[in-house]
Design a binder for this molecule. Structure first.
Ligand code: GDP
Ligand code: MG
Length: 162
């Protein structure tokens, strides 16, 4: 059984973008069947000498469920399946009620939760991470999934907690 890392967060924070960064384009190209445009939600990756699996819970579709029910169930999958949870938030929008809703869902778990503040595309946006301390999961990590900034630090933290 590989060590499993689940990515959770409300829509549009950049979960799939971060997932693709974490698994690398090499894996996503070779593993995908031609013509399949659906987002992948599960892949194995490695960092330094360690390998682990990543799950993008945002890609799990629960048909007909209302929005809050969907993200609730995605958080529940993370709690059940993962050894470590990556909780992605958006530096541009700041902390939202939906972020707090997900946080409440994650509080009962004993599993480690790392808050990843995405879309920190430049140094001017770095101060936007501080409000996310209020989530209560410790030091947030600033990343830009689009530019690849901070992803190495996140991967370091993941392998350190394995
Ligand atoms: P998801 O719904 O959480 O899976 O989010 P996506 O990965 O689909 O990204 C949602 C939108 O945010 C897309 O338009 C992405 O291009 C954009 N996005 C993702 N990461 C970044 C980032 O690091 N910086 C910026 N500026 N936009 C990003
Ligand atoms: Mg997605």
């Amino acid at each position: 059984m590989p060590f499993k890392v689940a990515i959770v967060g409300r829509p549009n924070v950049g979960k799939s973008s971060l997932f693709n960064r974490m698994i690398g384009s090499r894996l996503s190209i070779t593993d995908d069947a031609p013509g399949v445009t659906r987002d992948r939600i599960y892949a194995k990756t490695e960092w330094l000498t360690k390998s682990f699996a990543v799950i993008d819970t945002g890609g799990i579709e629960i048909s007909d469920a209302p929005f809050l029910e969907q993200i609730k169930q995605q958080a529940d999958v993370a709690i059940q399946e993962a050894d470590l949870i990556i909780f992605v938030v958006d530096s541009r929008s700041g902390l939202t009620d939906d972020d707090l809703f997900i946080a409440k869902r994650l509080y009962p778990t004993d599993k480690k939760v790392i808050v990843v503040v995405n879309k920190v595309d430049n140094v001017d946006l770095k101060q936007s991470i501080y409000e996310f301390y209020a989530l209560g999961f410790g030091d947030p990590i600033a990343v830009s999934a689009n530019h690849g900034i901070g992803v190495g630090e996140l991967m370091d933290q993941i392998v350190q907690s394995m």
